[in-house]
Design a protein around this ligand. Sequence first.
Ligand code: HEM
Length: 175
Amino acid sequence: MRLDAGERYGMIVAIKFLHIAALCLWCAGLIGLPLVLARHQANDDQSEYARLRVMTHRAYTGIVTPAAVIAIVMGTALVFLRGLFVPWMFAKLVGVGVLVLLHAWIGHVTLIAGERQGNYDPPRGWPAMTVTIATSATVAILLLVLSKPILSDQLAPEWLMRPQDQPLPVDEVPI
Ligand code: HEM
């Protein structure tokens, strides 16, 4: 099926809309969840603790994780639709990698805070650190994507730019 220019443009606008809507939820979750988890005090009563546990668990599995998947899938589609294989995009993906690591870390803390038997004290200072890194990575990504700076294609270390003599385990590269 071939799309004419108007249809292709409409598709890019729709995908970009979904991308931005999903990443708003994702980034808000990465900043909000540590703040909610930080409200847990060792002397909370059982019902308060259960409320916090159910809320963070449902938000993580029902909203923040699906939003992350949608943001990444739509972003990947945009890379191919817009042919954006350029240095600022790869720099942006490093920032996205930081958000993905934080996402996994927040999921880990949410899980052990809710499922582990006995007392659990999250590492001291983790909410402040997580929120700071999430905010910095989000702002860096926004600066890159909105200014689209012309970066040198020599940003990557030299060893990443030359063949490693480790061919794919297939006879030929699919076209
Ligand atoms: C794997 C993850 C991601 C990929 C592959 C990706 C890729 C893309 C692509 C290709 C575009 C279109 C750019 C253009 O049309 O010029 C775009 C737009 C955008 N992305 Fe992402 N993105 C990802 C994650 C994120 C994240 C985490 C954020 C924010 C924190 C973000 C913020 C934006 C914004 C604000 C735009 C609109 C920019 C514009 O239209 O000028 N993206 N993204």
